[in-house]
Design a protein around this ligand. Sequence first.
Ligand SMILES: Cc1cc2nc3c(=O)[nH]c(=O)nc-3n(C[C@H](O)[C@H](O)[C@H](O)COP(=O)(O)OP(=O)(O)OC[C@H]3O[C@@H](n4cnc5c(N)ncnc54)[C@H](O)[C@@H]3O)c2cc1C
Length: 420
Amino acid sequence: MRGNGKRGKVLVIGGGISGITAAIEASEAGCEVVLVEKNPYLGGRVAQMSQYFPKLCPPTCGLEIHFRRIRTSPRIRCLTLSQVEKITGGPGNYKATIQRGPRFVNARCTACAKCVEACPVERSDEFNLGMGVTKAIYLPFEMAHPLQFVIDGGVCPGSECGKCVPACPYEAIELDMQPETIELDVQAVIWATGWDPFPAEQIENLGFGTYPNVITNLMMERLASVGGPTGGVIQRPSDGKEIESIAFVQCAGSRDENYLKHCSGVCCLGSLKQARYVREQYPDAQVFIFYIDIRAPGRLEDFFAATEKDEKVTLIKGKVAKITEDASGNLEVEAEDALTTERVGEKVDLVVLATGLVPNGAGGVEVDGGLRTDEFGFLTTEQEHPDLLAAGCAKRPTEVATCVRDATGVAMKALKSCRE
Ligand SMILES: Cc1cc2nc3c(=O)[nH]c(=O)nc-3n(C[C@H](O)[C@H](O)[C@H](O)COP(=O)(O)OP(=O)(O)OC[C@H]3O[C@@H](n4cnc5c(N)ncnc54)[C@H](O)[C@@H]3O)c2cc1C
């Protein structure tokens, strides 16, 4: 308990699986929690996945359970479209300045989508990584929390158009909503800022951005997802062709001094999972996985072993040297097989680059004295003050189960600061 008899307040930055878990655990142990997320929805990258390894269940099930706990918690305040600008002060007494962007849609929204019919403006759908468009007023995804539309202020002409306002039967649209600055006193801060995908267009020899049928692993998650741009049908972006053969290129830019030095630890399992997506939809499709080493730690080794048994899945140990696409959209992937030393050239319909996780670190938050990171940009556990904490992929690249365990542990540390 604090001196005034009240439990303290924890600020959680980032509403992915790590931040959500930390917020729920800290609040259920008695702390007040403010959860700040820059997107208009919670869930982070996990919300973009089609299925989770190793169980292959849709992440929306687990997320929905968490969202319900957040909805019914009297101690969690959730600020979406928000970013922490700076944190000042010292142990037990921090002041956080938060900038909250306007949603232009209030809580009366029932997600009936009448506004979408009226809206004349289209924008690129960033949730689906640019594969498709939404209207300027949109629901980020079908299970979004909050289940509330949002207007992209960057493209909406506002009251000059205003067609969505009379279309809404619930008077939920407020085109004059303004940004606000929120100041908070908190006793502990948890960074759960997670990761962004490595920008694949930087990898010169792999053709992303030049060849439409070279996609990234995160794009593959959206293609395979029932809520994705193709309704879950995995097909070639250039012409919608069904997949007869596909190549996964592991360590695309990772473990490479020129790009991303570290191993992200989850990309091998990600591609093995995606190989299964393909094989489920196309029982005759050939799958090639080009790898340096397959990293499937602990019990995830079983997932690798089961996928490897599939006779249509071929693993080739070799770093891909070049990818080319012809005028019909067919690709050739060239590598040297490190086990046979022979040159391999596989012709495929689609290439998936297994790009790694770039840490978001402090997430642009100004902190007195700064935050410590390791050589790759992940936040370390040894910060200047013990109540400045990090959880999940902000700390190291890892899978969901580890993030959840980690966030629970970190919430308990924050609890200690709130009780002192
Ligand atoms: C292709 C691929 C497939 C994968 N498949 C699986 C799988 O099947 N199973 C599995 O266990 N793992 C999988 N993973 C790993 C999984 O995505 C991560 O473990 C998980 O996303 C980590 O969650 P997180 O909350 O730490 O980070 P994130 O999911 O990145 O969430 C961080 C959140 O913080 C927000 N944020 C960032 N900066 C700020 C800021 N400054 N202010 C406010 N908010 C901010 C972000 O918007 C985001 O919502 C996969 C990874 C990849 C690349």
